[in-house]
Ligand binder design. Structure first.
Ligand code: UT7
Length: 324
């Protein structure tokens, strides 16, 4: 133990797109979207909202809360599937943007599970060298990877970024443990073949290759079962009772997935932080955005045990327990 979250931050693009706005683009309705997904609005970035800029804005807020300067950061890990360019990494752009001159920086791709994967990686770095200060960021501009003619997917996704600053602290505070899983055999149910190099180009791209393709119903089934199993395996591994969890911050994909998960686990809905109605599915950014909101609303108090759980393309999934 000992890898604590020293600060959180998030940033959402200013432009809010409602379900009514989407009714003008595809054959859908506010009622269908709300009842099937729980989503009412999502934030959609434009020029000046490239993934690395969203990430940098979230990072600056997390650094402010942690009372650290960017030059004190040793490592930046960005979890994303919608980086500004294929190379360099989003993390290198963030480093440049915030002036984290001492840091090394790289991206990881674990789709919607990117944040829990990156958090685990950062925890291992800090366990190996407790002097390290690490920025872990989940950032996406999924609007640039969305086929705006496909009503099955375009209603689901949004843009945004969330960040945490991690460092070693003495005592019981910090990451308790994690359980991560993947199943590449199921890749075709949720994938994106290829991506052009710049988001601004993708915004106009007609090529089907750059868009998220999904078998929604299949993904739904796997998501509930996989997250439930990950959570139970993690509780078993750490010998922690379900009742000890004060707040669940799940990946915000769909309210029905979350309701099913909560029902199967037997957790009270008041213990689950939900903001999917405002932002839709922001993939790797959804957990750190939700964590930042929960933190700023004082939904987490010192000593609380918090559970993160996620599921996404790959398939990838996992769960993490943190003592606040
Ligand atoms: O982060 C992980 C990534 N992905 C997910 O978590 C998504 C998991 N899947 C889901 O959330 C759900 O499967 C969806 C929300 C994507 C879809 O809900 P569903 O209840 O599984 O609907 P469905 O795909 O079975 O479609 C039911 C009907 C179909 O019409 P027919 O064939 O019954 O006539 C669809 O064509 O709803 C239709 N439909 C729509 N209707 C209005 C699909 N999309 C829309 C839409 N508006 N936007």
């Amino acid at each position: 133990m000992g890898t604590a979250i020293l600060g959180t931050g998030s940033y959402l693009p200013e432009r809010v797109v409602s379900n009514q706005d989407l009714e003008k683009i595809v054959d859908t309705s506010d009622e269908w979207i709300r009842t099937r997904t729980g989503i009412s609005t999502r934030c959609i970035g434009g020029k000046g909202d490239e993934t690395y800029l969203l990430a940098a804005r979230a990072a600056v807020k997390a650094l402010q809360m942690a009372e650290l300067s960017a030059t004190e950061i040793d490592l930046i890990i960005v979890a994303t599937i919608s980086s500004h360019m294929l190379m360099p990494s989003c993390a290198c752009f963030v480093q440049k943007e915030i002036g984290a001159d001492r840091a090394f920086a790289f991206d990881i791709n674990a789709a919607c599970s990117g944040f829990v994967y990156a958090l685990d990686l950062a925890d291992k770095y800090i366990q190996a060298d407790p002097s390290k200060k690490i920025l872990v960021i989940g950032a996406e501009t999924l609007s640039s990877r969305t086929n705006w003619e496909d009503r099955n997917t375009c209603i689901l996704f949004g843009d945004g970024a969330g960040a945490v600053v991690l460092g070693h602290v003495e005592g019981s505070r910090g990451v308790i443990g994690a359980k991560l899983f993947s199943d590449g055999k199921l890749w075709s149910l949720l994938h994106m073949h290829t991506a052009a190099s710049c988001n601004s180009e993708l915004l106009q791209a007609a090529s089907p290759g750059v868009h998220i393709v999904m078998e929604g119903r299949e993904v739904f089934k796997y998501a509930v079962k996989a997250m439930e199993e990950a959570v139970l395996a993690l509780l078993e591994q750490e010998q922690i009772a379900l009742d000890a969890i004060r707040l669940v911050i799940p990946h915000q994909a769909n309210i029905r997935i979350l309701n099913k998960l909560v029902e199967r686990l037997g957790i009270g809905t008041e213990k689950v932080f939900i903001n999917v109605q405002k932002y839709g599915n922001t993939s790797a950014a959804s957990i750190p955005i939700a964590l930042d909101e929960a933190n700023r609303e004082s939904r987490v108090q010192a000593g609380d045990i918090i559970l993160f759980c996620s599921f996404g393309g790959g398939f990838t999934w996992g769960a993490t327990l943190v003592r606040w």
